[in-house]
Ligand binder design. Structure first.
Ligand SMILES: Cc1cc2nc3c(=O)[nH]c(=O)nc-3n(C[C@H](O)[C@H](O)[C@H](O)COP(=O)(O)O)c2cc1C
Length: 408
């Protein structure tokens, strides 16, 4: 894609192999909840020419407004957006605020529908770019078919926070997600252009041509650009681009920067931990990626699928023939989720827990043993290449080296 030039890059002894110069690749700093990737980090990242996405989940509209203003003050003209959960009750209000303050885009995490993609109905007044996050090639194809989206974020199992797969056995790596999505798009185009009954050989030749002339096909058929996210680093970057990604997004490595709002205890924990675990989140029972701490030890237990689940599940109670009462006392005060996913979940499982509260407790308060510490597959990688409170500029220079072969 674009201008490609072979270069060998020596990153302090890291064996990076042959890197192609991809000057059209944009690198994103993706959003992290709760209140981790805020205005100071976003502004610093955008000032260096990367795309910044503030983590909006778990912030009130006033808090978010303040953070966007901070980012815009640091970098008035850079590409800055906000990551928001579409399932949040106040989504529309927050989205309008975000637009009014000059954000360039909204990354939609946790759901989307045709109203938001097409900006119709109550979304009619939203004119900024909407970028849906998806974790499956079929969903990406549906977004392509909507015909209105310019960029899609593909989040593979390597990502941090909530992972968009229902079980570990369904996990798709970021590399594979990009490859499958690219192939799905190319096959769809082939069928559209050549007709449904086209011979397999012609379809294969068409797909090969799409691979070799991505830019031409994108323009001609309005194919959305693919932003890959989840555990991307210098070891897999080139394969991800070769598999069909146009841009990449990183999150964890930016969360430990000095401009990140995360508490020092939280940042240090990312350096002390040696592996991530998967746990069952109260948000619609989704799987989250976290560091194992005393909180997980106390309230969760590992099931036979490799997921840490609340101890007081229906399954467990039946097995033990007794009610397990927990000393979890979080009570919902905001009812922030459309359909009250987490409340319903709490009722079914008799185990109330507000994920936002438990994320904020660790990331903002620094009580890293009394809540959830999200992390990603890049946990070990960041320990190798960065240090706590590294500057965003240093991280960006490092990424530029293996992405563009230069720090400029
Ligand atoms: C600490 C942390 C918090 C995250 N919070 C959110 C979030 O609130 N919303 C979201 O859509 N994604 C969230 N993510 C996922 C990231 O936005 C991103 O897509 C992914 O983690 C990229 O992979 P990397 O962290 O390995 O670079 C979070 C990730 C981390 C590590």
């Amino acid at each position: 894609m674009g201008d490609e030039m072979n270069q060998n890059i020596d990153n302090e002894g890291q064996n990076t192999g042959t890197i192609k110069k991809n000057k059209n690749v944009k690198v994103w700093q993706e959003g992290a909840a709760v209140k981790i990737t805020t205005g100071e980090l976003g502004g610093a990242v955008a000032r260096e020419g990367f795309v910044a996405s503030l983590g909006g989940a778990g912030m009130t509209p006033d808090e978010l407004e303040r953070e966007i203003r901070i980012a815009r003050e640091i970098c008035p003209d850079g590409e800055i957006g906000v990551n928001l959960m579409y399932v949040a009750k106040d989504f529309h209000n927050v989205a309008r605020t975000v637009q009014k303050l000059g954000a360039n885009f909204i990354v939609l995490s946790a759901g989307y529908d045709s109203k938001i993609l097409n900006c119709t109905g109550e979304c009619e007044d939203l004119k900024l770019e909407i970028i849906p996050k998806v974790a499956h090639p079929s969903l990406a194809l549906r977004v392509l078919q909507s015909g209105v989206v310019k960029r899609i974020m593909l989040e593979g199992a390597g990502c941090g926070g909530h992972i968009g797969f229902s079980s570990i056995k369904n996990f798709i790596s970021t590399e594979e997600l990009v490859r499958l999505t690219f192939m799905r798009f190319a096959t769809y185009l082939a069928r559209q252009v050549l007709g449904k009954g086209a011979p397999e050989k012609e379809v294969e030749a068409f797909i090969e041509d799409v691979k070799n002339h991505r830019e031409d096909y994108r323009k001609k058929y309005h194919v959305p650009e693919l932003i890959a996210a989840g555990g991307i680093n210098e070891d897999n970057f080139q394969r991800i681009i070769d598999n069909g990604a146009d841009h990449i997004a990183n999150c964890l490595i930016f969360t430990i920067c000095k401009e990140s709002n995360a508490h020092l205890n939280w940042k240090n924990m990312q350096f002390q931990a040696d592996k991530r675990i998967f746990f069952e989140s109260p948000v619609k029972g989704m799987i989250g990626s976290a560091i194992k701490n005393s909180f997980i030890d106390k309230y969760f237990e590992l099931d036979d699928t490799g997921v840490y689940r609340f101890k007081a599940t229906e399954k467990n109670r039946q097995k033990n023939g007794e009610k397990i009462k927990s000393d979890f006392t979080d009570r919902c005060v905001t009812k922030c989720m459309e359909n009250d996913f987490c409340l319903k979940y709490s009722k079914d499982y008799l185990h109330p827990m507000c994920i936002f509260h438990r994320l904020e407790e660790t990331a903002v308060e620094g009580n890293v043993d009394d809540g959830i510490v999200f992390t990603s597959e890049n946990l070990n990688y960041i320990q190798k290449v960065a240090k706590v409170n590294i500057s965003a500029k240093e991280v960006i220079d490092y990424i530029k080296k293996y992405t563009y072969g230069t720090t400029n």
